[in-house]
Each structure stands twice: as C-alpha cells, then as structure tokens.
Design a binder for this molecule. Sequence first.
Ligand code: NAD
Ligand code: WQD
Length: 340
Amino acid sequence: MQKVIITGGTGYIGSHTVVEFQNAGYEVVIIDNLSNSNIEVVDGIESITGKRPQFYKADVACHKAVDDVFSKHDDAIAVIHFAAYKAVGESVKKPLLYYHNNVQGIVNVLDKMQEYNILNLVFSSSCTVYGQPEKLPVTEESPVVKPESPYGNTKKINEEIIVDTLNSTRKLKAISLRYFNPIGAHESAKIGELPLGVPDNLLPYITQTAIGLRKELSVFGDDYNTPDGTAIRDYINVTDLAKAHVKAVSRLTEDHDRFEVFNVGTGKGSSVMEIILAFERSTGQELKYKIVDRRAGDVEQVWADTTKANTVLGWKAEKTLDETVKSAWEWEKRVRGESV
Ligand code: NAD
Ligand code: WQD
C-alpha cells in the first residue's frame, strides 16, 4: 500500500482529503498540531472510511518535530502540505505569526523531503495570488500579483520557495493547487468546517445564522459591477477539492513537468445573493440578512478557468451548488446537536 504524509490533516480541507486518499487505497499519516482543529476529527475519518489514519500531534514549523515524523515514514511517496494559518484579517494584525508558521512550515517540509527522499509535494495554494484578475475566468497563466494580506503573501512566497528548491535539486517534484472558495462538508456530515469564534467566511456565517448562533448575515456590498451588485466567487465543494489531491499525487508519480500549477474551482462564479438563494432553496430555511458596506480588501469577482485541471489533471468538480450548500447545513446541524 502506498503511503502519503498529510500535514494539517485534521483541518477542514485536510480531513476530507485524508478520506479520499484512504478511499483510493493509500495509507495516510497525519501531522497536525491541532491549533485549528481537534482530535475527534480522526474518529470522524475512521467512521467514514473504516480505517484510522496514523496521527502525530506535531508542529511543522518545528524542524525537529518534522524530522521525527518524516524519519519514521521515509517510505512515503508524497507529502500533501495543508498545515498553515489561514485567517486573512488576523494575518494583517499578526504578520510575523503568519510568516513564522506558514513559511517555516514549508521550509522544514521541503528540507526533510530532500533528506528522506520523499520526492513528491502537493501544496495548498489559493486564488488569492491572482488578486482581481484583469480577464475572467482566470487561467494559471494570469499574473500573480502583490497579495492583499500577509496571509496571501505567504502563499506566494511558499510557491516561490518550492520553485527555488526544485531548481536546486533534480529530485523533487511539486504540484501547487490554487483553490478557489472551498465550501460544504462530507456527505456523511461526520466531518466539516469548524471555524473558531465568529466566522470570516460566507458559508459558515450563513449556516450559523440559520441555526440561530448569529443574528443576521451582513452582505458586504451590493454596488459591485456584477449582475446583482454582490461580489462573485467560485465556490468549490470540499470533497471535489479533496479528490484533486489524489489526482495530483498520481500525476506526480508519472513522468511530467517537475512543477505544475492547477486552478481548482468549478469554472462558474456565484454571487453572494445567489449563494443565499441556493441556501434557502436547498434547505428550506429562510435566512436573515442585511446589505452593508463593502469589506476592505475584497475583490469584486473571480472565478476559475478549469480547463487545465479538467484536461491535464483529469479532474472535474462534480457536485452541484445546491447539494454542496445543503451539506454545509447538515454539518452545522450535526455540530449543534440537532438530528440530521
Ligand atoms: P484549517 O485551519 O481547517 O486546517 C489547517 C490545519 O493545519 C489545522 O488542522 C491546523 O491545526 C493545522 N496547522 C496549522 N499550523 C500548523 C503547524 N504549524 N503544524 C501543524 N499543524 C498546523 O484550514 P483549511 O481551510 O483546511 O486550509 C488548509 C490549507 O488550504 C491551508 O494551507 C490554507 O491556507 C489553504 N487554503 C484554504 C482555503 C480556504 O478557504 N479554506 C482557500 C485556499 C487555500
Ligand atoms: C466570500 C464572499 C464576501 C462573509 C477568503 C480568503 C481567500 C481564500 C478563501 C484562503 C465575499 C462575502 C463574506 C460575510 C459576505 N482563503 N461575505 N458576508 O473573501 O472570497 O476568500 O477565503 O486562501 O484568501 O480571502 O471568502 O467566504 O470570506 O467571502 O457578504 O459575512 O462573501 O464579501 O464576496 P473570500 P469569504
């Protein structure tokens, strides 16, 4: 059985990815320091797949901790690197925290991959590296711009560190997956997104409002140059996104370019109002919302050109927006102890 190491594997996207690797027949080793997740996620994964992944509570920003795990698992064929902090606003207030965690993490991972001959890396990048693209949909050839936040900058820097490292050694290969907006939860409702405190992201804010934890959703701006005036994003189902990582590892083990970038989205943009309507339609819940000013730093509209992922990676988003939004609601109900 082929083995992969998944950093950040108890997190939101990581946990869904562990499930997809196990379903595809891989043995999975997780490294996570539980800074933004909890150990019960491993139970959820086991309950879905019938297999318990190996779990190490360890900090990827600590060189020795990464060495301890990688030295024991030098038979792994790939590392999927999710472990990072991801709150855009917090990164503006605490840039050094973000640079330390997100930059030191990739440095340690690449260093130990070289040392232990673990040759393939899949990296979690973000559409944030494109900023507001001039042309839509955005292809992988669109320029990477100056990021809006220290968080976004860590994604740009991580990609640069990966490329520089690959250029210095003929051994390693990497795929950077630029995620658009991941939403939803596993169809079993046994794993999903668990934001700490008040959510920044749209879908968790919607589900927490509908369940009564928040008074109402604030829609950030209805005066954008879009058909209904609200901002547009490409919302990708988290299980579909997880499957792209399995495709990426099989591609890395074949004979292709040593560094490749793929957009991972649906190829379709949805406005904030369209997401609200999809939520109301698919769940039968009425959502309280009000229109407020634009949020600082938000781009107006972005969605992916997924041609490269579809044709070269052999991956395509499959779930509909309605089933994805509904899966987020089923998860929210389960988390709050309501019957699903
Ligand atoms: P998450 O916070 O749910 O998962 C990240 C996991 O990494 C958490 O379990 C956390 O405990 C762990 N972690 C953080 N720092 C660590 C460290 N130093 N050592 C070990 N573990 C550590 O976030 P997510 O939404 O699952 O995102 C996963 C990755 O995808 C991140 O790199 C994120 O930047 C990237 N990404 C996320 C989104 C999104 O909207 N969720 C979009 C684009 C890219
Ligand atoms: C989506 C839309 C908001 C909350 C962020 C990061 C990005 C990437 C994905 C990691 C926007 C609107 C939101 C609310 C709202 N993460 N909104 N009311 O901003 O596209 O991207 O997550 O790489 O880097 O910046 O996602 O979910 O916060 O917002 O109206 O309460 O919903 O203005 O148009 P965003 P989001």
